[in-house]
Write a protein that binds this ligand. Sequence first.
Ligand SMILES: Cc1cc2nc3c(=O)[nH]c(=O)nc-3n(C[C@H](O)[C@H](O)[C@H](O)COP(=O)(O)OP(=O)(O)OC[C@H]3O[C@@H](n4cnc5c(N)ncnc54)[C@H](O)[C@@H]3O)c2cc1C
Length: 449
Amino acid sequence: MRKMNNEAPQPQVVILGAGFAGMGAVRKLKHSPVKVTLIDQNDYHTFQPLLYQVATAVLAPNEVGFPIRQVLHQHEGAVFHTARVSGIDLDQKQVLLEGMPPLAYDYLVVGLGAVANFHGAAGAKEYALPMYTLRDAVRLRHQLLATLEQVDRNPALADDGALTFCIVGGGPTGVEIAGALAEFFHSVAARDYPNLPIRDQSRVVLLEHGPHLLQPFKPRLQGYAQQALEKMGVQVRTGQCVQEIAPEHIILRSGEILKTRTLIWTAGVQANPLAASLAASLSDSQANSQANSQGIEPGKGGRIPVNPDLSLKGHPEVFIVGDMAMITDSKTDQVLPQLGSVAQQAGHHAGSNIARRVEGKETLPFEYFDKGTMATVGPGAAVVQMPGRRAMTGSAAFAAWLGVHVMLLTGSEEKAGVLVDWAWSLLTRQRGKRIILSGEGPDPAPGDA
Ligand SMILES: Cc1cc2nc3c(=O)[nH]c(=O)nc-3n(C[C@H](O)[C@H](O)[C@H](O)COP(=O)(O)OP(=O)(O)OC[C@H]3O[C@@H](n4cnc5c(N)ncnc54)[C@H](O)[C@@H]3O)c2cc1C
């Protein structure tokens, strides 16, 4: 083990989760005199903004899943374990892991992300396809391709809703997947299956509970997104709530029954369930009677409220970052959304505050650098809402989306690969190789990471 000047052992920093937040912290600690151990249940980092491209066969899974051990080649001394975190013992300062002994820490960064929130819709756990993990995207891709093969063998299934793909949730993810599916049916499936009435019978239905798509965006951008989707053939239905999901139909709150075998769930996320156990163990611990009076209960979506420097109340050695944390921007006093750029910057900040502590300095409050909120609708169509009153639509917005997201990607080799495949798909309207592998199907259950 490397020693500090006074020969004291280096502090052990344990980072939970190799998402945007966790990897941000790892990067920031690269040159600090600490021992970094990173834990994730998967051996790859997932680039979630491009999951819909995997689901619609534009990109291959390995283009949005990056091997963590390879990424860590640039971080000499950092250790990685593929293990599932089962608990955090704040009093003993150790992390409980499945299949491994507990891991002690001096500093802890928790960035375990979120899981789908089905809002209690009946049948959602069993039959809805969430869109949060790489496995979710691969499962949807399999569902898409396998359904087309089924209809090819038995075209009567098309009259029974097999070519109707419903998406619940009109936020950026729902909008992006709806556009990508419509594009897939019209420019790819129609050519792959010339014997089937794909153009006439395939339907992409986007169901949104609220009165508009893209709720946090300006009305002009909401209108643009809806019009662009409708132009691509997507049926946008706002003010609709899905009450029940069955294998071959869904029931809306109005009582209407829609025949479909594919229901994609993009209607919200909640913090990783470990957030609740962390809050509970916090309220059990002695420090907590005091902490609880400061309002430690999980906030909206189960997120854990954190101090301005991103540390956990009552535990200055623990930092909660990314989708799991309820982070308030010190500059604007606004609670920040669950976004990749927020997670990445928060991870950096937590790493930098740990480095400051190790150097005996005070921590600093987190200030978010807002590059804008964006969503793609289809090739050359996107919306971007920038800080202040500025907004962009169309191909300029699409280019901005592309630039910002490629910059978020890990590793230059992957960036180049993703750009080439994307450019190819845009120019030729072609997709990546579409083959069905057995084992990609509905097992394991939706929602598993
Ligand atoms: C489909 C989709 C599209 C999106 N598009 C955009 C976009 O265009 N722009 C944008 O800014 N944001 C986008 N987001 C949001 C963004 O991806 C998230 O805000 C961001 O990934 C959160 O980062 P994180 O590090 O907190 O969590 P994650 O990136 O989810 O990482 C959490 C990590 O923790 C690991 N983990 C979880 N539980 C355990 C456990 N028990 N034990 C061990 N490891 C565990 C997971 O395997 C994962 O690697 C999108 C999200 C989705 C789902």
